[in-house]
Design a protein around this ligand. Structure first.
Ligand SMILES: [Fe+2]
Ligand SMILES: [Fe+2]
Length: 203
């Protein structure tokens, strides 16, 4: 089957559109976080933004590589989330939900690609899906800690590190102002369980 005649062709285009939008939605969240002084949250989201860009780039590349002729248009039917407003906590929750919906779509798209004989594309959907599961965990954890007020306050002693200058201190609660460089609390490096779990799983 030629890629152009397959359902996978349209699924790639839909996924490309979804990744472009996810990237922009997260950029909105990142912008809001930075504006409100949550510098390290903004940096974490910034990394996800760049990863979504690269997902979009890979989907785009597979479309281009599968077609010799110039592609003028690809008609797609898709629905995309428009729920986020400007509330950081709520946006973190919605972003986790958006990731979950993408995971479900990519499971289906991988199956379709495999049925249609596009093994490499099936693998692409699966690899990206694994990353989206990680993104979902990050957003969920940030949302939960934000809601519970535990971003900078723990029930045991932990290491707090200033991302700006590297200063470190142990304690239950992070400083309001870094003792070394005077950076605000938003610069405290957030070390997320999701990152630790993923690293350990892969090692
Ligand atoms: Fe993505
Ligand atoms: Fe994602």
């Amino acid at each position: 089957m030629k890629l152009k005649d397959s359902r996978t062709y349209e699924n790639l285009a839909r996924s490309y559109a979804a990744e472009c939008q996810a990237r922009t939605r997260y950029e909105f969240i990142e912008y809001g976080a930075r504006f409100n002084g949550y510098k390290n949250i903004a940096d974490i989201i910034d990394e996800i933004v760049f990863q979504e860009f690269n997902h979009a780039r890979m989907f785009y590349t597979f479309i281009q590589d599968g077609e010799d002729e110039q592609i003028d248009n690809i008609d797609i039917v898709g629905s995309f989330p428009f729920r986020e407003k400007w509330d950081l906590q709520e946006n973190l929750r919605l972003a986790a939900e958006d990731e979950d919906n993408e995971i479900k779509a990519y499971v289906e798209f991988a199956n379709v690609a495999r049925e249609e004989g596009f093994e490499e594309i099936a693998k692409l959907f699966e690899q990206i899906m694994e990353v989206e599961s990680y993104h979902k965990m990050i957003f969920l954890e940030l949302y939960t800690q934000f809601k519970d007020g535990t971003l900078y306050k723990k029930n045991k002693d932990v290491a707090w590190i200033c991302a700006d200058c590297g200063y470190m201190e142990f304690g239950k609660e992070a400083w309001d102002e870094c003792p070394l460089c005077k950076a605000k609390r938003g610069s405290v490096k957030l070390i997320l369980e999701a990152q630790k779990i993923r690293f350990n799983e892969k090692n």
